[in-house]
Design a protein around this ligand. Structure first.
Ligand SMILES: Cc1ncc(COP(=O)(O)O)c(C=O)c1O
Length: 396
């Protein structure tokens, strides 16, 4: 018998987006109304906005071990990835037209690279192993004298697997090639320091860390030449013209500051919850597989495949019971294409079909995890009863 619909909801999709924290909202509110000035205006209204903008820049920079003038605010992670990639390759087009990235990047990077391939750039897509980790030797091999950029994400948004960015930086530094990392999922979950990582460009987004949507930043190491994507004003040192969204920028800074302050305790708590979820799923549901690295991973993401069921059916049935999860990155949900990340890891097609991403957040509790596992167990059992492949496996 199907379970009765639950009245309360359990949100396990924080890698898609997070709610704005009350402290963040409170910090933002004055900049919608009383402190509404244009940060470019010379009068006092403008000066107040400009001060908030520059204070926020200091905070964001400090959170990643950068200098304030190395931070450029923009509309989100997607724009930040696009500016990093297109900005660098355009500025270095006389040196060469080859760039390197990986098969498991977010679409903000992959689609940007595909677009450049149409426009006479050559792109090498690095393979990953079965845990989703890039092979350093493949980078050495892919490097050419014409290589002008390497872009590899810090943490994968579908599996949480971490990449050896500081080791990659050792290779790129020797060759004088700029290294970009998409740190959108890593910020606030693990310590991120641009010098320790050795990166030249790093992308940040607000809405994954309890900040507002539509805001992000790009870190660009001092002295790194890059072209803007937009033209039309002097804002952000002409690298990202358009009147700055001061309220959102203040919100991003506040969210990053809080995330950094609380990281140690919150990451430990998230990892405990994730481990509980993983353990309980494995104890209760046979034929389940972990996708991603078992150790080198973010504390809040768990990607598991459930044999003999469709991830999409699982997601929809869980949703009917008030439990929100994802089958992969939010940007591809709705499309039935299998995950490019799991495919790159060599996950078998049948296993890939039944994958779910659980991404935990600060408000999740042990009770919610246990309740989600209870629902999941019952739903998987029910869906498997309808699977001819499962019946065959069970000898029925
Ligand atoms: C790894 C990664 N990069 C980039 C993005 C895009 O960020 P935004 O939604 O701020 O454009 C996301 C969002 O899903 C992401 O997970």
């Amino acid at each position: 018998m199907p379970r009765k619909r639950k009245t309360s909801s359990i949100y396990l999709d924080h890698a898609s987006t997070t709610p704005v924290r009350p402290e963040v909202l409170e910090a933002m509110l004055p900049y919608f109304s009383e402190t509404f000035g244009n940060a470019s205006s010379i009068h006092k209204f403008g000066q107040k906005a400009k001060k908030a903008l520059e204070d926020a820049r200091e905070i964001v920079a400090e959170c990643i071990g950068a200098e304030a003038k190395e931070i450029y605010f923009m509309s989100g992670g997607t724009e930040s990835d696009n500016l990093a990639i297109k900005g660098i390759v355009h500025a270095h087009k006389n040196k060469g037209r080859h760039l390197i990235t990986s098969n498991i990047e977010h679409h903000a990077v992959l689609d940007c690279c595909k677009y450049l391939e149409d426009g006479a750039y050559e792109v090498t897509y690095l393979p990953v192993d079965r845990f989703g980790v890039i092979d350093l030797q493949a980078i050495e091999k892919a490097m050419q004298p014409e290589t002008v950029l390497i872009s590899v994400m810090l943490a994968n948004n579908e599996t949480g697997t971490l990449q050896p960015i500081s080791d990659i930086a050792k290779i790129t530094r020797q060759r004088g090639v700029p290294l970009h990392t998409d740190a959108v999922q890593a910020i606030g979950k693990i310590p991120v320091d641009v010098d320790e990582l050795g990166v030249d460009l790093l992308s940040i987004s607000g809405h994954k860390i309890y900040g507002p949507k539509g805001i992000g930043a790009l870190y660009v190491r001092r002295g790194t030449k890059f072209d803007p994507l937009l033209h039309g004003g002097h804002q952000e040192r002409q690298k990202r013209p358009s009147t700055e969204s001061v309220a959102s920028i203040v919100g991003l800074a506040k969210a990053m500051e809080l995330a950094r302050e609380e990281m140690q305790t919150s990451s430990r708590r998230l990892a405990d919850l994730r481990d509980r979820l993983e353990r309980r799923i494995q104890e209760r549901i046979p034929h389940t597989y972990l996708n991603g690295h078992p150790e080198n991973r973010l504390p809040n993401i768990l990607n598991m495949s459930f044999g003999f069921v469709e991830g999409e059916s699982l997601l929809l049935t869980l949703d009917m019971q008030g439990i929100a999860v994802s089958t992969g990155s939010a940007c591809t949900s709705g499309a039935t294409e299998p995950s490019h990340v799991l495919r790159a890891m060599g996950v078998a097609a049948a296993v890939m079909q039944g994958s779910l991403r659980f991404s935990l957040g600060r408000d999740n509790t042990e009770e919610e995890i246990d309740s989600a596992v209870e629902s999941l167990t019952e739903i998987v059992q029910r869906l498997r009863q309808m699977s001819p492949l499962y019946a065959e496996k069970m000898g029925r």
